[in-house]
Design a protein around this ligand. Sequence first.
Ligand code: PPE
Length: 313
Amino acid sequence: MAFGNTKWIWMNGKFVPWHEATFHVSAHALHYGSGVFEGVRCYETANGPAVFRLDDHLARLYASAAVYGIEIPAEPEELAEATCELISLNGFSSCYVRHISFYGSDSLALHPGNCPVQVAILAWPWGSLLGAAATSGVRITVSPWLKFHSQMMPTRAKACGQYLNSILAVRDAVARGYHEALLLNSQGHIAEGSSENLFVVCDGRIFTNDERDSILLGITRDSVIEIARDLGYDVETQTLHLEDLLNADEAFFTGTAAEIAPVSEVDGKPIGNGLAGRITTQIRNAFVAAVAGFDRRYEHWLTPVEQTAEVVI
Ligand code: PPE
């Protein structure tokens, strides 16, 4: 399993051993994807592990939940505290964290009615989603699947069932020998990767799209915009056309799981010189410094994980 040596899971207010963290097969979310989640990273810093932009991720979790009427049975402060305790109990110095809240078991009518809302947190060590391609360059393909329009399902919400669209796209891309898919939206403009936002660099200026093009508003995207501006770059949000990407000097993906990954080619056509670009590398280095606590300007993005002594079950 990819989950390594995770010992503890936090579930509905309690820490439970990995093998006991189960829900019933009649859970509403299993059948209909009626849940919301977050992916967060915890990084090693000189002062111990620290969670990157935890409050912003939790704010998005509650906003996603509100869209689907999911009343998370815990306060954000409780989830924040549980996240840090979970990381500490598992003894991780860095890891990926998944918060999930969903409709459990009561009825399988589509209207979730009285299905109890469940909430859980998992943590496990996870390197960059795109592996070696995150350094050498990600080879992407324009997906035959379109990103759903935000009037069909709100793309700002990070909801479980919405990811079937991404799964179709990434499975197709990998089956055709690419690392990742790029989804266009119903207007034919660039939306995003299956699990990343896209930036393009042209003549020293940086461009990315926004919610008007049916994307998830990524927290890494937001961090990169701030970091790039602090580095003195002009960052503009506007609709991106496929030609903008094909003619770009550089392009890169951003996401919690993928972090910052240069896009080296699109359907076999190299972007720029087909290597990680200079500006991409500069932003990536600044991001790495920020998450590791080396840059005081971004310290407020880090929630330190205190050492927890024991589990109270
Ligand atoms: N778009 C999509 C569709 C998306 O799923 C993500 C994150 C992003 C953009 C970037 O958002 P942010 O992580 O806040 O910068 N995808 C998460 C889960 C996907 C996966 O595990 O793969 C993630 O990166 O954790």
